[in-house]
Design a protein around this ligand. Sequence first.
Ligand code: ZN
Length: 506
Amino acid sequence: MSILFDDVLVYDRDAPSLAIGPTDVFVDGDRIAAIGLTASARADRQTRIVHGGGEHLLVPGAINAHFHSPANHLKGSLPSLPLELFMLYESSADPQLRPSPREAYLRTSLAAMEMLRLGTTSVQDDAFLMPYPEPDVIDAVMSAYADVGIRAAVALDQPEIVEADKLPFLDEFASPELSAVLHQSAPMARNELLEMYDYLISSWHGAADGRLTAAVSISAPQRVSEEYFAELDALSAQHRIPLFAHILETKSQRVLAVAQPRFRGRSLVQYTSDLGLLSERMNVIHAVWVDDPDLDLIAASGAVVAHNPISNLRLGSGVMPFRRMRDRGIPIALGVDEAICGDEVNMWGVARMAGLIHNIEGFDSASWPRAAEVLDCLWRGGAHAMLRADELGQITVGCLADLALIDLRTAAFSPLNDIAGQLVYCESGSSVVMTVVNGAVVFDDGRITTVNEAALLREVREVFAEKREVIDQSRLRAGRWHEEYREMVRRTAQVEVGMTRWIGEQ
Ligand SMILES: [Zn+2]
């Protein structure tokens, strides 16, 4: 299969206006094969010709560098709460919430379709398959990505230590009933989790013409044993796949270093570094409550930060120190986080938020994000996070053909003043008219081409309407610990940690 984009503007970060053309781009198989004068000569009778008329812009497909598909069916369903309280309701290990393979397939497809419609071509899915991962549910998630047609790197986000060790203070004042829950062993032990990784990697890594890959996830350094952390790092090195780690997302996680003896007062970044596990294969997710020594360690390691500005606002986590990271040359990727704290799976919204939120850090506009920088995070940063900076996130001959075609005749781009400014501050995703993944047209003129979107959405509505009561009951049960978790968050908020990432007084 080949495609010729004829007479289009092409995003180019090195061009003065950030675009070249109008020109032609030829896609052959899964790669970008030619740009410019030689491109049209490559077309033959079988080539699909897409006429741009000089009024379309071809951009790299957006990369959703951090995402959790298991919450896709829960968008908008929880009020805004601090992470620790939010997780109490959101990622319960309640066995009644165990998804059927069909539910896992449907909820994964749901966001995959939404992403393709909006020009997102890659997702890194840190899938928490509660209560524990099983082969049929792993198959369902991967099959959904295979069928819908997005590029996906999927990890199994599964803590394997007791809840009491992940959170500061809570165990000290928990009621006997809660304390018993906090000390229950994790639903699946480390050896069994490693077996599930064997299954994921042997069954799916490199599947669907290389579109599907495995990643590994510790969830967070405080949520796993040092042994499991090291074993996952070894898997990451062996297969050269990203290792996902939520690090210092909240103030409570910063305070944990003081509250838990095993960290000996070190920040979770320092702890990870001391274990020898902070590497260029790591995606440091969130990194809100990091200090300058943490940032120096991250920069020296070559790790990528996955920035989730909407999630950080929705959960009141704080404002990530964007400029301090950029100044140190730390690559930053962008992510939705999940559809329950996102809540739309729209990378244009994430890009806009990244372009705005850091402006409240101070008066010096020279340190605020520039639109072109945000786009660099969206595309090049995302490719970096996937460890595929040489073949994703750019429109260059030889790179993978993951592309979005933007109609410049929409309100967002009329008149065309500044490509970067309008992509970041104006575009909602509604100008995307075509999405290409791995050289295949997967969204075209308002329609997902790979699956029956309307039928899947109908089934999603039916299946999850039936599940609603089980979800509500589970949340009701979780709610009996609300005040104790809230007290933990309140106590951690009062601890002096030498910095703040909130803009208020508390
Ligand atoms: Zn996350």
